[in-house]
Design a protein around this ligand. Structure first.
Ligand code: 4AD
Ligand code: MG
Length: 435
């Protein structure tokens, strides 16, 4: 007898194993009980027959309430009709704890109730599927970059300065001083890239965003590759290559999870094609045309940043992510290099995904010391706090670039789950910090 996880059962036909988990659901008719055991790797139907087990075991099985913890020993039987392709014929069963009346049941609950019970809601089928896909997405990003010669060098969370503008900084006491929670690890990743060439950092980032949209969290995870000697095309290539690799990994490893989320595999397959790359001006022209044709509504004007309706319109039109480059400098951050052919444009790229909007923001960085210093002054940023960042331009400065990918937006796009708050285990938003 060995311990097994539900996900392994399809290769253990005929073997006797022990499963440990929680009661997801139960059905029974007379002398036959069907217990759905979940152990995080999957859900297995455990068939308990009064004839095959002692009276004590059968009574114990009958006493299980939703989310009670228990273990069973039984024989694995492959069965195509069973969820997961295998079921267990139970011989022994031991109750670990009988759960109190479980607050989350079959009936529809509102989002506020579910968010307030997030610690329990995570056990629901869709939420488990989402967390497994999130895990797979992170694993695939890392595998892709690691195989491509990147080093993971993490950036700090306490920082003395802003990266993405001062309006969304969380301030915190830092002994006798003030610190800010990082909005992006980029500036430090640039320093790391000057040490190790190709790096990425991956960690939580913080924005005091007052927006209550389905795309905004105050704490979210960002993956940020940074590449010495890269130009805008290379930045785009790495982002597209990494995300398309991840799409294929999710298709390969998460078929059941996608099914639980009712996300057709065909959607993901369609996104694994060459992504259109267009300049901001061309995107703007399309949007203005669509507005005139009544395809969608927006107050977008050329020169504006894209809003949610504009991103949605672009995503819908192309049916796969699009990379928008060469942005008006006014809507982009201080560190972006200007297009030498048109100084009014910044060499930035946003990747706009269907339904989820912007999932990636990236750029070539300004590498000239004096130009960068001028930008810092123009933006009214404190020069002392950026001294170290300016230093990078004094000691072997090279062209370089990178991007930041928002993990929750990416997961929400890939899974077809509308709201980013379901794509992180414990979301932090304007209204919520509990549980
Ligand atoms: O476009 P952003 O602001 O870019 C940066 O922070 C760069 N410094 C990154 C870099 O070049 N290394 O943010 C990057 C991504 C967005 O495209 C979006 O996916 C995500 O981070 N993001 C958010 N996700 C959830 N909630 C929020 N409030 C987010 N703000 C940005
Ligand atoms: Mg952005």
């Amino acid at each position: 007898m060995r311990d097994a996880r539900v996900s392994e059962l399809s290769s253990l036909d005929g073997e006797t194993v022990r499963l440990r988990g929680w009661l997801y659901n139960a059905r029974g008719k007379g002398k036959l009980l069907f217990l759905l055991l979940r152990d995080g790797s999957g859900i297995c139907q455990c068939v308990t027959s009064a004839k095959a087990v002692s009276e004590e075991v059968f009574e114990a099985a009958k006493s299980l309430t939703q989310e009670s913890s228990f273990e069973v020993v039984g024989t694995v039987k492959l069965d195509e009709r069973a969820p997961g392709g295998a079921e267990l014929s139970v011989q022994e069963l031991k109750v670990i704890q009988i759960a109190d009346a479980y607050p989350i049941g079959k009936k529809e609950h509102g989002p506020n109730f579910l968010m307030a019970h997030r610690h329990l809601w995570l056990r629901s089928k869709k939420q488990m599927a989402l967390m497994r896909i999130r895990h797979r997405v992170v694993q695939s990003f890392r595998n892709y970059l690691d195989d491509d010669g990147f080093f993971c060098v993490d950036s700090p969370i306490f920082t003395p300065n802003a990266c993405e503008g001062t309006s969304t900084l969380f301030e915190t006491a830092y002994f006798e001083d003030t610190a800010y929670l990082t909005q992006s690890g980029q500036l430090y990743a640039e320093a790391s890239a000057m040490a190790l060439g190709k790096v990425y950092c991956f960690g939580p980032t913080f924005r005091a965003e007052k927006s209550k949209t389905r795309r905004h969290l105050t704490e979210f995870w960002m993956l940020e590759p940074e590449i010495a000697f890269a130009d805008l095309t290379q930045v785009c290539d790495v982002a597209e290559g990494m995300i398309r690799f991840t799409i294929r990994q999710v298709l390969k490893h998460c078929a059941q999870d996608l099914a639980d989320l009712e996300q057709p595999a065909e959607n993901l397959e369609a996104w694994d094609q060459d992504w259109p790359r267009l300049k901001y001006d061309d995107a703007a022209e399309l949007l203005i045309q669509w507005k005139a044709d009544g395809v969608y509504e927006s107050d977008f004007q050329p020169g504006d940043d894209l809003g949610a309706p504009d991103e949605t319109a672009l995503g819908k039109h192309f049916g796969c992510p699009v990379m928008v480059t060469h942005w008006p400098k006014e809507v982009k951050a201080f560190y972006m290099k200007r297009d030498p052919e048109d100084e009014s444009r910044a060499l930035g790229v946003d990747i706009i995904a269907p339904t989820a909007g912007e999932i990636v923001g990236g750029a070539v960085r300004e590498e000239d010391h004096d130009v960068l210093l001028g930008r810092i002054q123009e933006h009214g940023l404190p020069q002392e706090a950026f001294q170290w960042y300016l230093d990078l331009r004094k000691f072997g400065s090279v062209p370089h670039g990178g991007f930041g990918l928002g993990l929750e937006r990416t997961v929400s796009w890939l899974t077809g789950v509308e709201h980013v708050r379901e794509c992180i285990p414990f979301p932090r938003t304007l209204q919520r910090i509990y549980p």
